[in-house]
Design a protein. Structure first.
Length: 149
């Protein structure tokens, strides 16, 4: 069938006839960071996740869930930078997802996070959602045709 051999999960696209392949290592190269550090996957907004207490303690100084309005100005600004640049969010909710809180937690605690992996996994997740929900808007500004994994 003339398919290329599977090497790693990647995003493939064609922009003006030029084939583009994006994977985690591409992102690591572009942002000048190695793909190392902490990474937590599969953190849907599960109320029973042990991460809820950890991130709430870091972000809101309490084990109970806090609201966006109770965040300090520094944390609001960091969350805005994260949402606008690293892990773009669709929709108008100010409330960060558990995935966004954990990623921010690593920065607040000065722990090394695997930034390229977070960005790439977020891109793949967003693209899959856009394909299954027939959305035409993709927060990365690219026309991505397929995800191969």
């Amino acid at each position: 069938m003339s398919l290329e051999p599977f090497v790693d999960t990647e995003i493939r696209s064609s922009i003006i006839g030029v084939f583009v392949f994006i994977n985690q290592e591409t992102i690591a190269f572009v942002i000048g960071r190695t793909s190392e550090g902490n990474f937590k996957d599969g953190l849907d907004n599960n109320k029973m996740s042990p991460w809820n207490e950890v991130v709430n303690e870091t972000m809101f100084s309490t084990k109970k869930k806090g609201s966006y309005s109770s965040l300090s100005m520094e944390k609001k600004m960091m969350l805005k930078i994260q949402n606008e640049n690293l892990l773009p969010k669709g929709g108008g909710s100010d409330q960060p997802s558990l995935e966004h809180k954990v990623f921010l937690q690593f920065f607040l605690k000065k722990e090394k996070a695997n930034g390229p992996k977070y960005i790439f996994k977020h891109m793949v997740k967003t693209l899959k959602e856009s394909q299954t929900n027939n959305k035409t808007w993709i927060p990365y500004g690219w026309l991505i045709l397929e995800i191969f994994n």
